[in-house]
Write a protein that binds this ligand. Structure first.
Ligand code: 13P
Ligand code: SF4
Length: 312
């Protein structure tokens, strides 16, 4: 319902998309109904790659702000619009650029690797960007004698230290969704479902990761359930990914890992700000649009291009 008029949102969105030569990119954490109308659904790396090669006039990015910024940086001549400008990210917010610049100045010899979940300004202060699917490779690309600053996610950073054996100087940031999973409730679930495998995103806290049967980015988790013979999975990441898991493997059972209280904290409140209504309005009005100065785009592009080059 838009302004008291009943309209078929999906049909209208598809019409507008064609009329305006727009492409819809959506992250796996979007609501199922948004994933179903997207031209491309993916994890942060796949979405950055798609944004870079998009040749539509408009990119509608249904995800969070840093992802849409990344799309603009990688394909600046396109109009990049979002359903809701308030769709931020607690990890990106945990790392203000001015504070990060001071932190960086304390370690002048260090190579700065930033997780893509950060603002364009923090990207501009970084040497290489990584995502959860390529972080090991990116860290291993740095010569062994070089110190590394890793920001902003300390849980991902700790996990990468464990995987690579490389010591890194960590920024103290966390994702408010992934830090809330309750190990105690997960272990209770494992007792109730002894045949279930625990799969977790590396943004989860160390105690959850220590019990996981598999750890990976959203796309890696999706691939794992498709290729594994287990019938049941406890999924410790944002619940949006369950839509694709259920779609690809309708005969399997996927149990969302519970948070440490009774809230819906395993849903990202920022990702879930996006709705079909807002996508319709954004396409119709061609806003809210992502704007950045050319200087910022140029500075933030360098570490992103390095990441894309190393991810080939
Ligand atoms: P990936 O898309 O790399 O799995 O990261 C998940 C996430 O938290 C995005 O905000
Ligand atoms: Fe940011 Fe966490 Fe939401 Fe991902 S799930 S967008 S890291 S707050």
């Amino acid at each position: 319902m838009i302004n008291d008029v009943e309209i078929d949102l999906v049909e209208e969105i598809l019409k507008l998309k064609k009329q305006k030569n727009a492409v819809i990119l959506a992250h796996y954490y979007q609501m199922g109904e948004i994933q179903d109308i997207a031209d491309f659904i993916g994890d942060s790396l796949q979405l950055a790659q798609q944004a870079q090669k998009a040749n539509a006039d408009i990119i509608l990015f249904s995800g969070v702000h840093f992802m849409a910024e990344t799309a603009k940086i990688l394909n600046p001549t396109k109009k990049v619009i979002v359903p809701d400008l308030n769709a931020g990210c607690s990890l990106a917010d945990s790392c203000p650029a001015d504070k990060f610049a001071e932190f960086k100045a304390q370690h002048p010899d260090a190579v700065v690797i930033s997780y893509i979940n950060c603002t364009a300004e923090v990207k501009a202060l970084s040497d290489i960007i990584c995502t959860s699917s390529n972080a090991v490779k990116i860290v291993e690309s740095v010569p062994e004698d070089k110190p590394i600053i890793f920001a902003p996610d300390k849980n991902l950073g700790r996990y990468i230290i464990k995987k690579t054996g490389r010591q890194m100087i960590l920024w103290n940031g966390v994702c408010e969704v992934h830090e809330k999973f309750s190990l105690q409730k997960i272990l209770q679930l494992k007792i109730q479902h002894p045949d279930a495998l625990l799969i977790a995103h590396p943004e989860c806290e160390e105690d959850v990761l220590n019990h996981a049967d598999f750890i990976g980015s959203t796309s890696a988790l999706l691939k794992f359930v498709q290729e594994n013979n287990a019938q049941k999975f406890i999924v410790a990441t944002e619940t949006g990914i369950l839509h694709q898991m259920q779609k690809h493997c309708p005969e399997r059972t996927f149990i969302p890992a519970p948070p440490n209280n009774t809230c819906a904290c395993n849903e990202c409140p920022y990702m879930k700000l996006n709705t079909l209504e807002k996508i319709y309005e954004a396409l119709k009005n061609e806003q809210p649009e992502i704007f950045m100065s050319e200087e910022l785009i140029e500075k933030a592009k360098k570490p992103l291009l390095k990441m894309l080059e190393l991810s080939k």
